[in-house]
Every structure is written in C-alpha cells, then in structure tokens.
Design a protein around this ligand. Sequence first.
Ligand code: ZN
Length: 334
Amino acid sequence: MLGRIMIVDAHLDLAYNAMLGRDLTLSLGALREQDPLTDRATVTFETLRRGGVGLCLGTLFAMPQDAAHPWGYEDWQGARAQAQRQLEQYLRWQDHGHVVLLTSGQEVVEHARRWSADTSPLGVVLLMEGADPLRAADDLPYWAGAGVRVIGPAWKRTRFAGGTGESGGLTERGEDLMVAMRELGVILDASHLAEEAFWQAINLQPKVIASHSNARAIVPTDRHLSADMLRAVAQLGGVTGCVLFNKFLRAGWERGDARLPLELVGEMLHHLAQEVGWDKVGLGSDLDGGFGVHELPRGLESAADLPRLAQLLPDEHREQVMGGNWLKWLGAQL
Ligand SMILES: [Zn+2]
C-alpha cells in the first residue's frame, strides 16, 4: 500500500512487554498461544517488519506499584532495576539482529537511507517513559551514555513532575533534570506531563516532542494535549504522535465496548493537523502499551496493519505523517 515508505512509530513499549514475559521474536500466532498477558498481543518483530515499521521510539518504562501491579516499583532503585533490565533486553535484541539502537540524527538518516523492509533490523531510539529510574539530574549522564535520547519525566506523578491523573508542576528535582537534559541534548517528551509541569518543562528544555498524545478537544482528559499545548510543541518544532487506543480516540469508550471504526484515527489525525499542521503530526501508536487488539479500531489486527492508516490521510501528506515528519525531526534534532 505504501510502497517502500518506512513507517516511524514514536511509541512502542517493546522491552516492557518482554519484561512481562512476551517473546517478541516469535510469530504473532505463537506469541498469542503462550501469551502470559490477557490483552491480545499485536506487536512482534515480524508484524512490525510486515507493516513496514523501520524505526520506533522504544521505551524504558518502569511500572510503579499499585493494586494491579503489586510487583511494581516502590522507590527509585526499584524503578532503576526495571529500566536496567529493559535496557539489557534492547541490547540482547541488538546482538541478535532484531533491532539497532540509534543515538544520533546522522545514524537515523543513515538507517533510513539503507533501510529495507525485508532485511533491516528495526531502528530503535530509546525513550525513558517516566523518569523515576533516575536518582536525580546527576544520574542523567549514565542513561544518556547508555543510549537514552528522549525522556518523558512523568507517567503518573513521579519524583520529577506531575503526570496523568495526578496534577502538579515540576519538583525541584524535575527542574534540575530539565536543565541537565537541555545541557546534554536529551529530548523532552511532553506526553503524560500534567499541564502545570508541561509549561514549566518546555521553558527549561524547549527541545520537545509529544511521543504519544491525542487532542484534548476530542477526548477531554489530562492524558491529552489542549490546543495551546499542541501548538506550543509545534511552535518549538516538535512532532506529536497519534495514539491508536480506542479510549483515546472517542470520549467515553470503555474496555469491552465494540471496537471503533478505523476512520476515527483519520479524524484525530485531521484534528491534530488542523492545530499544528500536517508537518508536525505522526504516529505514536502505543500498541500493546497496556491494551491489545480488542482495544484497537477495527482493521488494526496487529502492527502489520499500520499501513492501512495511510488511506485515511490526504495523498500529499501520507508519507510525512506515516514516517517522514518523525524522520525529519529526528534526523535534525537527535
Ligand atoms: Zn504512555
């Protein structure tokens, strides 16, 4: 459908899924047969390859402890242990030729130039989602040295910032981290930041993206970005990635409801483009990021179906939104 266009997905929790026991090197059928999780899986290296996804922001995501995740972290050392394990997973995948970690704009450009859907490993830029694995700002050089190029300080509230469903600004530790990120050139991911923290953060570190956020105008919760926030990210040059979770595409949708039509993704992309322009919109699917196939629009049965989104886009903007905008941004800014 897309010919040789390389899709870029700005948000995939690959190593987190592996940490939960999913072997992404299996075929999708084999993974589903032995899946330890109840959500129906959609992402394997093979489905990404079939979908033409050549590059993603792959997360290091540490889960905090709550009723549903009693094994989650209680302190920064626990968060660090999870992130460390996930980092090692990406390195193992790299050793086996499934992924290649990219740490500079030049590496991204080279990867895209040489990319072949049939033979190339998946390019991965490491994104730390939730900064709790860092002790404090002075810990940033370690993670940057390990390849982390993007950090979203919050998920829910962290020791650094207010986050989704838990309002608040940057803490003092969070302010220090923003300054350290600016100095080391580590990109700010605004997704999940509480609004107060968002405005403080982009002031201190204006090199910003929103890896996986939709429009608050359509789904009015603090998980998404207001028109002002979307425009602020775009004015600083950043791209916003559209999430494909049904709950984030239509207000009021709940797990167990019928799957939504694929056209709603098109409506979200058009809305985002209206706010920020087609050159600042991309994909940040978050596939298998705490939801599975039943929580995706109809027509998306796995990552291999991502090319179907192209038909929802104006001809002249397809290539940009499916990957070109992210590639351009990463090539210039990473
Ligand atoms: Zn997220």
